[in-house]
Write a protein that binds this ligand. Structure first.
Ligand SMILES: [Zn+2]
Length: 74
């Protein structure tokens, strides 16, 4: 009787372990895809240097690596 309870408990624990193991994996893949979007490289309209989207300046639908390039284009 006790052995049966232990086996059932082990099966439930195994199912829980599988669920907890798969959930973080999904989160990690989501984070990685988000990170790749943030690290997207765009070409500077003035000098042609590639810069990260977050670091570049967006003006009139064009990307610039720095303020100097933005001023030169205007
Ligand atoms: Zn530039």
């Amino acid at each position: 009787m006790i052995l049966k309870i232990v086996i059932v408990g082990a099966v439930i624990a195994a199912i829980y372990f599988l669920f907890f193991k798969t959930k973080p994996e999904i989160k990690v893949t989501k984070k990685e895809s988000k990170k790749s979007d943030a690290d997207e490289m765009v070409e500077c309209t003035t000098c042609g240097v590639y810069a990260e989207v977050q670091e570049s300046i967006l003006s009139n639908g064009k990307y610039y690596c720095c303020r100097e390039c933005l001023m030169k284009e205007k």
